[in-house]
Design a protein around this ligand. Sequence first.
Ligand code: GDP
Ligand code: MN
Length: 399
Amino acid sequence: MNIHEYQAKDLYRQYGIATGEGYPALTVAEAVEAAKKLPGPVWVVKAQIHAGGRGKGKFKEADAGSAGGVRLAKSVAEVETFAKQMLGKTLVTLQTGDAGKQVNRLYIEQGSAIARELYLSMLVDRSTSRVAFIASTEGGMNIEEVAHETPEKIITFSVDPASGYSAFHGRKLALALGLEGDLASQMVKMGGNLYRMFVEKDMSLLEINPLVVTKDDKLVCLDGKINFDSNALFRQKEVVALRDLTEEDPAEIEASKHDLAYVKLDGTIGCLVNGAGLAMSTMDIIKLYGLEPANFLDVGGSASKEKVREAFKIILNDPNVNGILVNIFGGIMRCDIIAEGVVAAARELGVKVPLVVRLEGTNVELGKEIMAASGLKIVSADDLEDAAKKITAEVKKAA
Ligand code: GDP
Ligand code: MN
């Protein structure tokens, strides 16, 4: 789960982490009010969308002005102008895809006098099973580019969870970022607060780009991109309250209500699979046979008939889907349960696109019987390759 920059900055404040002063705004009037509460003489008007690269982004609408989603204003009047230009408009950045994202919210911030822009992020490093820090002097830039062109400028290390964060880690960060004297002390303290926040809030990623040194030698987090571990949301009520559903895909919201692992993709073949690994290989083989998957969908190891029905509904409601491949390996999940769910959903909603089903494992015969007795037009497949071939052929035939 992601949150907005302004929400990330509220969390920084809760943990005593230095950040700019500012207020969110949903309307032009609120933006002006926010600007008046700040001293100026420079304000920053920032689009709040769940995507990075806003500064270098471009708006689709001609009347949104030529600048991107992060703008420096020299007066309250200019804040008003920018707010009018940006609110309700569509911002396209490197991370939004061509469709862009509608800007429904702004963050009005006191402008900082920046001396240097640095990069700092934290993530759960699966290879070491630890929380890792990633630091670079090349802040404000696209970090993937830095990693590609000057990898030596990125310093990474992890923290042993048993002993936790200590000043030693902070000094490592300061060294990596070229911070000395009082700035190094600020880094040591900030690193500790960041680590505590990261662990206490069950974050999986925190990216501060840029972390800045101001002209009066203060270390300030000027941006905040945070992902939370969805598996921990049950114990993070305050985090869940920050969720902005307008930023999420409606089908993905529906899927999460039924505890389905669903990710919408751009292709045309809907996939209903049990197990993440099997779902990945199903997507791979669809691509191998020249088509593109419309989604990733893992119904899980022990789905009920109702859950399968909801999953199937979500796929059927995607207008891009022109064929469906159900690929189930019955272990704990029984094939007859899947068959009942698929048949129920197909009856309820009607399937107008080709449907290929590959079942294997526990109660496979019973599952096949249920499918055959349903009267629905279902093409049965024996293995994964057979299934991919059949869906390709069926989709071609239907076109
Ligand atoms: P992003 O493009 O989505 O990553 O948005 P950021 O919040 O990182 O802002 C992009 C850039 O705008 C930063 O790298 C800074 O160069 C600039 N910027 C942001 N806030 C300020 C500020 O308060 N003062 C100044 N001078 N520049 C800022
Ligand atoms: Mn940034």
